[in-house]
Design a protein around this ligand. Structure first.
Ligand SMILES: [Mn+2]
Length: 273
C-alpha cells in the first residue's frame, strides 16, 4: 500500500513496497528455528499494489478495506505509513470479530484530531481501533514504546482499556523469549493481528523511517519477538513506516523484508497445526 498521505513529519514511506520487493531477492525459504520452508508450506503470492489516488486519504481507506475484504487468504501488508492499518482491521474484523493485536512501535499512535486538526494521520490508528471495537478489550499489546509523550495522560489512555505496554527498555530487561511466553499465554487461541511500525526499532538499525526515536529495540530483538509468537493464530499482519529515501545502503529495507518473512513464517507454522 504505497501511501504516505498520513505522514506528519518526513514523507517517503509510499516507496517502501518497491524497495522491499527489490531487496526481497535475498530472502530464502527455509526457517531454521521453525523447521519449515515458508514458501513450500504457504501458497504465497505478491498481490501487487493497491491503487488509489495518492492525495486522497478517504479514497485510500475505502480501496484498502474493499481489497482486504475480498481476499480469501490472510494478508501480510507492506505500507505505507501507519494510517493504512485502520482499513485493514476494519475489513478483517468483519471476518474474525474482535482480534488480539500485537503492535510494535516507538509511539502509542493514540492521537486524535487534537493533534494537527486531523483524525486520520499516522499517529491515530490505534485510537480508532479501540474506539471502533476492532480489538478485544485487554488484548492490545504495544511493544517498543518510548520517548517523550504529548501529555501525562497518554499512557493512562492506553492502560485504561486494560491494554499492555512493553517499553523498549523492558524488552532489553526481560528478553524477547520471556515477553513472548507471556503473550502466548495471555492471547491463547484468539485470532491475532500484528502491526509492525519499523520505528519500534532503534534508528541505528532502522534509519529509514520518518519519525525516528532513539533508544529502540535492536533488529535481533525484533526478529526474536516475531519468532516467539509462533503458535498463535495469526490472521494478518502489516509492516509500515519504512521510508526508503531516508535509508542508507538499504539497511531498513533489508530488515523490513526479513520482518515480513518472519510474519509469513508465523502463518506457515499456523497452517501446519
Ligand atoms: Mn506507528
Amino acid at each position: 500500500m504505497p501511501h504516505d498521505g498520513g505522514t506528519t513529519y518526513q514523507p517517503g514511506a509510499r516507496l517502501a513496497p518497491f524497495h522491499l520487493r527489490r531487496v526481497s531477492a535475498l530472502v530464502q525459504g527455509h526457517h531454521p528455528d521453525h523447521g519449515v520452508d515458508v514458501f513450500e508450506r504457504l501458497r504465497c503470492v505478491d498481490g501487487g499494489n493497491i491503487v488509489f489516488p495518492p492525495f486522497d486519504r478517504a479514497a485510500m481507506r475505502t480501496a484498502v478495506e474493499a481489497e482486504i475484504e475480498q481476499l480469501a487468504a490472510a494478508p501480510v501488508v507492506i505500507g505505507g505509513d501507519h494510517s493504512i492499518t485502520l482499513p485493514i482491521l476494519r475489513a478483517l474484523a468483519k471476518r474474525h470479530g474482535q482480534m488480539a493485536i500485537v503492535h510494535f512501535d516507538a509511539h502509542l499512535d493514540l492521537s486524535g484530531a487534537d493533534v494537527w486538526g486531523d483524525d486520520y494521520h499516522h499517529g491515530t490508528p490505534i485510537r480508532h481501533i479501540i474506539d471502533e471495537g476492532l480489538v478485544e478489550p485487554g488484548q492490545l499489546y504495544q511493544i517498543g514504546i518510548r520517548g517523550p509523550r504529548g501529555t501525562a495522560n497518554d499512557d493512562l489512555l492506553a492502560r485504561s482499556g486494560g491494554h499492555t505496554l512493553v517499553s523498549a527498555e523492558a524488552v532489553a530487561e526481560r528478553s524477547p523469549k520471556r515477553i513472548c511466553a507471556e503473550l502466548r499465554e495471555r492471547i491463547g487461541t484468539r485470532p491475532v493481528y500484528i502491526t509492525f511500525d519499523i520505528d519500534a526499532i532503534d534508528p541505528a538499525f532502522a534509519p529509514g523511517t520518518g519519525t525516528p526515536v532513539p533508544g529502540g529495540i535492536t533488529s535481533r530483538e525484533a526478529l526474536g519477538l516475531l519468532r516467539g509468537l509462533a503458535g498463535l493464530d495469526v490472521r494478518g499482519a502489516d509492516l509500515v513506516e519504512v521510508c526508503p529515501p531516508l535509508d542508507h545502503a538499504d539497511i531498513t529495507s533489508h530488515l523490513g523484508a526479513n520482518l515480513v518473512w518472519e510474519m509469513l513464517a508465523l502463518m506457515a507454522v499456523r497452517v501446519e497445526r
